[in-house]
Design a protein around this ligand. Structure first.
Ligand code: SF4
Length: 354
């Protein structure tokens, strides 16, 4: 196993190196604590720091921790965990590509040409005289379609004889996207019990971190159509003028606050219900949002919602999440950027879904 494999564990030849070494993953997760520890750190750090953490000194530990981390992500099986993990691996790879592509001392672990070949881009990408590159349209679309930002839309690109001209940093963005897709490929894996059982403690710790995570930090777009069924149900009940139990009202208010509604906007939503006095609603909302108290409360998890009978009409996505905010975040992720723009315009906000 070489240093290159440890630096770029998602490459095909890193996988082959693991196979050729006859590594038995069951044995590794049972007996190689350093590998399991580093694998758990990769995932934990990805969801808390958006980074896969410090590399292990041993190339073997670093390389083997990658497949074990993918196994952990598969068992956790939460959209937000898989996404943060793949993004963090891709981000680390992009940093390393930058180091290696620019090296002139002959010590680069990999060249850009080799990476392009790895992702079947060798024939599709050619250097241009201006220092940039020309990328075949099909290859461009394959990797640019999931990148955010209007500048990546084909309609905003001047085609050059059927190729898309891109700058060097843009090509590296496309490679980073290709790495992210590679890391996500096949997830969640189906994990044999013998491996899953040995990783029980690591999986439980990561689930706990996810439950504690401030999932609100990236959500600032309000699209009621994408609310989880429980919150849609509660919102409908408010608007119908129904009485809401204290726990239900807390859950809805915290959810609305977490996704970025101001106290005024929340009070306005409740106003249609004559059972809600404005002053009391404002007081409670400020308290829950942390504006008149030291804590900003997070909406309850699905387990708590279920315990209080507030989990209503769960759908297929509900089977893969453990928090109403994760549901909403997953829906925002899947929503078409144009649809989100329309919703933002309707609401008159400049919020972003990133
Ligand atoms: S499973 Fe969670 S998100 Fe889905 S309806 Fe129940 S509480 Fe809401």
């Amino acid at each position: 196993m070489e240093r290159r494999h440890a630096r770029y564990p998602f490459l095909g030849d890193a996988r082959r190196a693991v196979q050729e070494a006859g590594v038995d993953l069951v044995e590794v997760v049972r007996a190689e604590d350093a590998v399991v520890e580093r694998a758990a750190e990769r995932v934990e750090s990805a969801i808390t720091e958006r980074d896969v953490g410090e590399s292990a000194h041993s190339d073997r530990v670093e390389l083997l921790s990658y497949p074990v981390a993918r196994v952990i992500v598969s068992i956790v099986d939460e959209n937000v965990c898989t996404r943060y993990y793949a993004e963090a691996e891709a981000s680390r790879a992009a940093d390393r590509f930058r180091e290696d592509f620019g090296r002139e001392d002959g010590r680069a672990a990999i060249t850009r040409t080799a990476v392009l070949r790895e992702f079947d881009l060798g024939a599709a990408v050619t250097p241009r005289r201006d220092g940039g590159f020309a990328v075949g349209v099909a290859a461009y679309l394959r990797h640019a379609s999931s990148l955010r930002g209007d500048e990546w839309r084909l309609a905003n690109r001047a085609l050059d004889r059927g190729d898309v001209p891109v700058s060097e940093p843009e090509l590296d963005d496309l490679l980073r996207e290709a790495v992210e897709e590679r890391v996500r490929e096949g997830l969640p894996l189906s994990v044999p019990d013998a491996i899953g059982d040995a990783l029980d403690a690591e999986v439980a710790a990561i689930r706990e971190t996810l439950a504690d995570l401030d999932l609100t930090r990236e959500i600032d777009t309000v699209v009621p159509d994408l609310f989880p069924p429980c919150m849609q149900h509660l919102l409908d009940a408010v608007q119908r003028g129904d009485h809401l139990a204290h726990h239900s009202r807390f859950a809805l208010t915290a959810f609305l606050g977490n996704i970025g509604l101001s106290t005024d906007e929340i009070v306005e939503l409740y106003e249609v219900n004559p059972g809600f006095g404005e002053e009391m609603t404002r007081y409670q909302t400020d308290h829950i949002k942390g504006e008149s108290s030291p804590t900003e409360y997070t909406a309850p998890s699905c387990a708590t919602m279920q315990a209080y009978g507030d989990c209503v009409n769960p759908d297929a996505l509900c089977e893969h999440i453990s928090h109403p905010l994760s549901y909403y975040e997953a829906k925002l992720d899947d929503a078409d950027e144009e649809e989100l723009e329309d919703w933002r315009e309707e609401r008159g906000t400049e919020g972003t879904a990133e």
